[in-house]
Design a protein around this ligand. Structure first.
Ligand SMILES: [Fe+2]
Length: 238
């Protein structure tokens, strides 16, 4: 069984980042311990396409009641790769987002922007044999949040990804190319390296735009890589 590369802690944001207020209580209070990976970390659940509904990757229709949601229609697509550049087929992606006005459908949501009766704001899909995924949605709005006196989140979509092992689990957010709010965001600013933050920005992808229908954004995601191991006389993955 191969083991995985260590998480690059210079690339990912540190856990304790006081400008992002709720990180203070959520971050570890003691030094981290390094532990040997066991079968619990090296394996994960497998998902089949039969478990998904036909509208699960269509946020324009999956919760609509009497029409389509208000907002800019977009396609989001990309590939899930590991750190060796290999595609990750069969990965489960779950995504959730605010509506076009920046409002979540959640009982603890307090922003005054209105709910959209035709927009739920969550969906899921599974990558194909080449690690590709896509879904249809509307572009979310920016919203204010109680952190500093006047902090706003840039437009973003939340992602959860299950790869082939629990060590590959990734929770992240996608931003939109050209949005000036990105560089004012206290959460984005917890990422130490600007190049790392730029990897969270989906590029406007004119080639995959649907004419007279939807703009497209491309967002590739990298999960932790498995160290190469000898497997039946050959290098795994070759
Ligand atoms: Fe959010």
């Amino acid at each position: 069984m191969g083991s995985f590369y260590q998480r690059d802690r210079a690339w990912h944001p540190p856990a304790f980042t006081p400008q992002y207020k709720t990180s203070v209580l959520r971050s570890p209070q003691h030094a981290l311990l390094s532990m040997e990976g066991t079968v619990s970390e090296m394996t994960g659940p497998r998902f089949g396409h039969g478990q998904l509904g036909p509208l699960d990757n269509d946020l324009i229709h999956n919760f609509s009641r009497d029409g389509e949601p208000i907002g800019q229609r977009i396609i989001v697509h990309g590939r899930i790769l590991d750190e060796n550049g290999r595609p990750v087929p069969g990965a489960l992606l779950e995504f959730w987002q605010a509506n076009a006005g920046g409002r979540y459908r959640h009982k603890r949501e307090a922003y005054l922007a209105p709910l959209d009766p035709n927009f739920g704001g969550c969906g899921r899909t599974i990558t194909d044999d080449d690690g590709r995924y896509w879904f249809r949605t509307i572009r979310p709005g920016a919203y204010p949040w109680p952190n500093g006196v006047n902090d706003w989140r840039p437009a973003h979509i939340h992602f959860s990804i299950f790869g082939h092992a629990f060590t590959q689990r990734l929770i992240t957010q996608m931003y939109f190319e050209g949005d000036p709010m990105i560089w004012q965001c206290p959460i984005v600013s917890t990422i130490p390296d600007r190049a790392a933050a730029e990897q969270l920005i989906a590029a406007l992808d004119r080639n995959n735009t649907l004419p007279m229908d939807a703009l497209a954004y491309k967002f590739d995601i990298v999960l932790r890589g498995r160290r190469s191991t000898l497997f039946e006389n050959r290098m795994e993955g070759n």
